[in-house]
Design a protein around this ligand. Sequence first.
Ligand SMILES: *Cc1c(COP(=O)(O)O)cnc(C)c1O
Ligand code: SF4
Length: 338
Amino acid sequence: MAPRKPAITKVADLIREGLADPTEAEVLDQVAENFRIRITPEMQGQSEGLARQFVPSAEELTIRPEELTDPIGDAAHSPVPGLTHRYPDRVILHATQTCEVYCRFCFRREAVGSDGALGEDELDAAIDYIARTPAIWEVILTGGDPMVLSARRLSALLNRIAAIDHVAVVRFHTRVPVVSPERVNDALIAALRIRPAVYVVVHTNHPDELTPEARGAFGRLADAGVPLLSQTVLLRGVNADAETLERLFRLLVSHRVKPYYLHHCDLARGTGHFRTTIAEGEAIMSALRGRVSGVCLPTYVLDLPGGFGKVPLGARYVEGSGPFRITDYLGRTHLYSD
Ligand SMILES: *Cc1c(COP(=O)(O)O)cnc(C)c1O
Ligand code: SF4
């Protein structure tokens, strides 16, 4: 096997690989000072769908007035460092702030990329909070990307969570199976064989990300009995059309991954060039409804600024109240009374 290419982390590397224009070096360096660059070899393709997600752009220097450093209000619900507890039955644990790739639209772009994992004391405090809060039924490991941790460290963390009886489910949100599929190895899979049910939610936005290697990683996880879900961010210039999303969702389902959420692009600073309107997102969802299997359709959601949680969006099918005016998937309207 050929040795694996290194990850791209500098503007000079982007230029050498033909992914950025040398005349833009100065402005891209300025972008990289604010928001780190990292692109794994699998994601270094020339495809628009990949390049727009990972290659920095001068547009990131445009900060719109509505954009926020903490766009979904994580800080408003953080009982101890590294934990976000917004909904009673589930908590988010940010075990690390590093990722295998840095996505240009990331809603946690102000937090990710800073130094590494939670300290031992912070982790102890987070585990202690979960242990003394019986309402917590599910622990969501996100980041950063929890799968950048070594299998040994993940296993140690998972065993500590598994020792808490009231935790029934551990859910990973990760880009690793797509962007660094070789990390999904026997040691990682062995670490996932624990008593709480382990779910893996794969973050993927474009069919070009689903390389044969990524499909192999999905297969290894699914064969090990790990239920797979996906989350996708709706991104202008990447996937904001029904045809691209249809291809992505069909590919995912045919590789045993159930599309879970399509996120409206959050108000992170310097991401306005990626954001669609809600009306555009709703139109895409109604174009998909009826055209693709219901199994392929995720829920389109908006995460409200300020920490108020997620709200389902989507085409409005029901108007009025008794009789209701209901629009079917072909746009025909019907009256219905209950
Ligand atoms: C998104 C999110 C969750 C998970 O929400 P689900 O709808 O269960 O996927 C939990 N906590 C916080 C703080 C979140 O932002
Ligand atoms: S992998 Fe996830 S957390 Fe990391 S930069 Fe991308 S979207 Fe953000």
